[in-house]
Ligand binder design. Structure first.
Ligand code: SF4
Length: 230
């Protein structure tokens, strides 16, 4: 627990008042926290990366929403950006629980210490594991981000929290063999729910969208050639 941390100090970049997809099977409000230490190739929210950018939504307005939606919402998901970057996360989660709502968290696990602090306050975690540890930096642009993410995974498994591990597959970085290796590694570590999703070009930086299109064209040409040779 960070001394003096307050939910009111959270920098909140956005609030979705009703979401059916941010926590599978639950009706939630989703709070998007500003700032992320990673710089993923395919980031769909690059405007949320800058940690110095001010928030645009007050925590007080989240409180008021919850008070109005009692009985209509199951919980609150903290997303980002990277929510574990901010010290106000734990006090905010406590307030959500005190109001009788469940707490979900989307994280890429770059801050294992703060993740360990908030895990007991989470009812569900969606944890991004972006690549095999050896290929992490190629996706996130940050050295040792893989070690941190896998440490967070270890903490989540140890805590036995309801956990969904997610991998957005970036074919400009990862080969199909590397993705298969990751699937096997996660299974061996004890991950029960792993969701793979294809990267989307929408909302990404233009240079990434162009590279993705090029790589996809090459992959489909190779697949067509192999089908023709068979
Ligand atoms: S972890 Fe999420 S918000 Fe941060 S850079 Fe990667 S995709 Fe963007």
């Amino acid at each position: 627990m960070t001394p003096g941390a307050r939910a009111d100090d959270l920098r909140i970049a956005g609030l979705v008042r009703l979401s059916t997809c941010d926590w599978p099977g639950r009706l939630v409000a989703t709070v998007f926290l500003q700032g992320c230490p990673l710089s993923c190739t395919y980031c769909h929210n690059p405007s949320l990366i800058d940690p110095r950018a001010p928030g645009t939504v007050s925590w007080q307005s989240v409180r008021e929403l919850l008070d109005r939606r009692r009985g209509m919402l199951d919980g609150v998901v903290f997303s980002g950006g990277e929510p574990t970057r901010q010290a106000g996360l734990a006090p905010a989660m406590r307030e959500v629980r005190e109001r009788g709502f469940a707490v979900g968290l989307h994280t890429a696990g770059p801050y294992p210490r703060r993740f360990a602090e908030v895990l007991p306050l989470c009812d569900w975690v969606g944890l991004d594991i972006k690549a095999p540890a050896s290929r992490y930096e190629a996706v996130t642009g940050v050295p040792s981000s893989g070690a941190r993410a896998f440490e967070s995974l270890r903490l989540a498994l140890e805590a036995e929290v309801d956990l969904q591990v997610r991998t957005t597959v970036d074919p400009t970085v990862l080969s199909p063999g590397e993705v298969d290796d990751l699937v096997v590694a996660l299974r061996e570590l004890g991950v029960r729910e792993h969701v793979r999703q294809e990267v989307r070009a929408e909302g990404t930086r233009p240079e990434f969208a162009a590279r993705l299109e090029r790589v996809r064209r090459e992959l489909s040409r190779t697949a067509n050639r192999s089908a023709g040779a068979a």
